[in-house]
Ligand binder design. Structure first.
Ligand SMILES: Nc1ncnc2c1ncn2[C@@H]1O[C@H](COP(=O)(O)OP(=O)(O)O)[C@@H](O)[C@H]1O
Ligand SMILES: [Mg+2]
Length: 359
């Protein structure tokens, strides 16, 4: 039986369209079409992957029903505007998933006959690298500034403490003058503590490195910490057996800051896990808590010097100091947090072959 030329044309046309469709299906960029109610009409696998949903679970449903709260975001506003004005648009968007985690996408918004088309490119990796580079620059400048101020300020406070101490000795301890001076003394001592934190932060960039046994240094520091964080469970497994370049003092500052943060974020019945293990030629230190976690907004800023959510009780220097110390030891730091679930800090340190100088 011969086929009509029309049928053959049609078959060729279908084959051509199928090839085009395959390109869409194989693209790493997400392509999705939403109708005028912002319900999903069509998506390629990359788009449903970006949204962490099955295509079938999305088609026909409105975006705001799949991702409750999305209607309050800037991106959603732009989609609505594009439906109205029919003008193309685009932005870098930090998409927050229902579980509280988030990822950066570069999105292009384009009017199409059905509604709007959204093209999404996953730029999370690049965004985070950029942020890190920016943070490192800021940190360098702040470190210099902080170091200078802390040094001068520390000298001033030492002068005050010595002077007040001398005068106090000449006074009757029961007098009101002595009581006032003791307040001055206590304030100056609190100031000294802040100065010490600033110095730690500033010193992150110029410390003397020598081989040190990671697990032993941590063990020593954790001894003191476990009493302090009680009644929380401090769950410790130190299995790296690694020697790293640093010094015990630095490792103490790192673990103290991290465990203190975990303590602040957890309730009394909370759990803080500290683990080390060896991975290739790197030692991995993980401090994990099941506490309050951070919103994506806080998570983005947590490493910034002086960024704190703890008001007057915080200095905002804890994580900045840790990150400076880790960088100085040639390592890297990764922060993961989900609001309401907890926080995991992972530190990666290069291992050296030399033997540690002290146990
Ligand atoms: N383990 C954690 N869980 C929840 N939030 C944390 C944790 N660690 C740090 N943060 C957040 O990061 C901010 C900065 O931490 P940090 O640099 O140690 O300064 P500070 O503790 O003085 O606030 C904290 O104020 C808090 O909001
Ligand atoms: Mg802190």
């Amino acid at each position: 039986m011969t086929r009509s030329p029309e049928l053959e044309d049609l078959e060729r046309e279908i084959a051509r369209l199928r090839t085009r469709l395959q390109v869409f299906e194989a693209m790493r960029e997400g392509v999705q079409v939403l109708d005028d109610r912002l319900a999903y009409v069509w998506l390629n696998p990359a788009a449903s992957g970006h949204g962490r949903q099955d295509t079938e679970a999305l088609v026909g449903r409105r975006m705001m029903d799949v991702y409750p709260g999305v209607e309050t975001t800037e991106m959603y506003g732009r989609l609505e505007r594009c439906l109205e004005t029919r003008e193309p648009d685009g932005m870098e968007n930090l998409f927050v998933f229902p579980d509280g985690s988030s990822r950066w996408f570069d999105i292009r918004i384009q009017p199409v006959p059905d509604g709007v088309m959204v093209l999404s490119v996953d730029i999370d990796e690049r965004k985070k690298l950029e942020e890190r580079a920016l943070a490192a620059e800021r940190m360098e400048a702040l470190g210099q500034l902080a170091g200078g101020i802390a040094h001068d300020f520390g000298n001033l406070l030492t002068g005050i403490l010595v002077g007040v101490g001398v005068v106090l000795e000449t006074l009757d301890p029961a007098s009101s003058e002595a009581a006032s001076l003791r307040l001055v003394h206590a304030s100056a001592e609190r100031g000294t503590q802040s100065v010490r934190e600033l110095m730690d932060f500033a010193r992150g960039r110029k410390v003397h490195l020598s081989p040190v046994a990671l697990d032993a240094a941590l063990d020593l520091a954790l001894d003191a910490l476990s009493e302090r964080v009680a009644p929380r469970v401090l769950d410790i497994h130190l299995d790296s057996g690694a020697v790293v370049l640093g010094d015990a003092g630095q490792i103490d500052r790192i673990i103290t800051n991290l465990v203190t943060n975990a303590e602040h974020a957890t309730r009394d019945d909370g759990r803080i896990a500290v683990r080390t293990r060896l991975r290739g030629d790197h030692a991995v230190l993980v401090v994990q808590d099941d506490g309050a976690g951070m919103s994506p907004y806080v998570l983005q800023r947590a490493l910034d010097p002086f960024y704190t959510t703890r008001g007057d009780a915080g200095t905002g220097l804890g994580l900045a100091t840790v990150s400076a110390l880790v960088a100085r030891m040639g390592g890297s730091l990764d922060l993961e947090s989900v609001q309401g679930r907890g926080t995991t800090v992972t530190i990666d340190l290069p291992v050296v072959r030399e033997r540690p100088r002290s146990p």
